[in-house]
Design a protein around this ligand. Structure first.
Ligand code: G6P
Length: 364
């Protein structure tokens, strides 16, 4: 299929702005909003009886797995392991009989992920492939395919595939929880409603485009940038750092906000911007105090939060909409994508074809 950039300067920019549409499309395949239920493809195993789930992926897809762990464990109370595909086989994993291994891959062809899939399959695990390419090798070899319906993704740095992966994984978590009886039908309907509202909130976040362009301009000369978050937003911090590295070539790391004091805070001075992913949830006060420690050391703090309170000494604050447990991480993915995008544009790099990277990596 021929895909063009339309009015956008880069495919990545187009794909970022397409997210409300494609996430709605993906959710449309998994949710029945009238019945208030999640509908999955038929599985050859019982969803109510999964003793353990292993999520395996590379790159951005791996961060989707890290986010999904919080949803599945908290809603369905099933223990979840998350592994980087290139490491998985070599730790000689102890499989649980009847366990479900879910392989997350935009392309469905990544060599490391495919090798891990075959390892888990040979060990008798149930295999699910959460892919964007329904005809891919992983889709063919899996027991069940969960397509993410993002449409073709051209930019090497993954954006819309990430949020569609998250939308499908959140739906899956709700389904597992209801199959197991951890949530009742009213609660399921409540989650379905929350999921359905995500595209509208994403569109709202995209209106911050210009503000993020301004912030990106002022941090694009930095040599190092830290992204910090807690809980389910910690993987979003890691994804933000990955996006920035991939396309702007600025060194960035994602850290659990509470872990800063155990090392990385030694890096902080007036030259190191820190991006805080800090929704006003139960962890907000702790994250805020971590950010204040950075400001006390002259770090340039940018906070993404739904908190209205103006924080003294902060370099910039971006006002996000308030969101629930299933929507929040998906929404905070957008400002980190736009920040990386505009930092790269500012630096004049080849946004859609960053140096040394490939869209799909078919070597181990
Ligand atoms: C490559 C791409 C990344 C992607 C990763 C995993 O490194 O550059 O954007 O996240 O592969 O790809 P997959 O197709 O398995 O999701």
């Amino acid at each position: 299929t021929m895909v063009d950039k339309g009015n956008y300067r880069h495919f990545m920019q187009k794909e970022i702005f397409e997210q409300p549409t494609v996430v709605a499309q993906a959710l449309g395949r998994y949710l029945d909003p009238n019945a208030g239920t999640v509908c999955l493809p038929e599985t050859p195993f019982d969803l109510a009886n999964i003793p353990r789930i292993t999520l395996i992926a590379c790159g951005t897809s791996y961060y989707a797995a890290e986010v999904a762990r919080y949803w599945i464990e908290q809603l369905a109370r099933i223990p979840v392991d998350v592994d980087i595909a290139s490491e998985f086989r070599y730790r000689e994993p102890v499989y649980t009989e009847g366990g479900l291994a879910i392989f997350i891959s935009q392309s469905g062809e990544t060599a490391d992920t495919l090798a891990a899939l075959r390892h888990a399959k040979a060990a008798g695990q149930h295999i699910a492939a959460l892919v964007n390419m329904p005809g891919s090798t992983m889709a063919r070899e899996a027991d069940v395919v969960l397509p993410i319906h993002a449409g073709p993704e051209i930019g090497v740095a993954s954006t819309k595939a990430f949020t569609c992966q998250l939308a499908v994984l959140a739906s899956l978590a709700v389904k597992l929880a209801s199959a197991k009886g951890e949530i009742n039908s009213n609660e399921e309907a409540g989650y379905v409603k929350e999921l359905n509202h995500i595209p509208a909130l994403m569109a709202e976040v995209l209106h911050h485009d210009e503000a993020l362009q301004g912030i990106a301009r002022s941090i694009s000369t930095a040599r190092d940038i830290l992204f910090v978050g807690r809980g389910i937003h910690y993987p979003i911090a890691m994804e933000g750092a990955l996006k920035l590295k991939e396309i702007s070539y600025i060194h960035a790391e994602g850290y659990a906000a509470g872990e800063l004091k155990h090392g990385p805070i030694a890096l902080i001075d007036e030259h190191v911007p820190v991006i805080g992913i800090a929704p006003e949830d139960s962890l907000f006060d702790k994250t805020l105090s971590n950010l204040q420690e950075i400001m006390a050391r002259q770090g340039k703090v940018v906070m993404f939060s739904d908190s209205e309170t103006k924080q003294e000494g902060m370099f910039a604050q971006l006002k996000m909409p308030s969101a629930g447990f299933l929507s929040s991480a998906i929404l905070y993915a957008i400002p980190v994508q736009l920040l990386a995008y505009y930092a790269a544009v500012e630096k004049g790099t080849d946004v859609d074809q960053p140096r040394n990277l490939a869209k799909s990596v078919t070597v181990e």
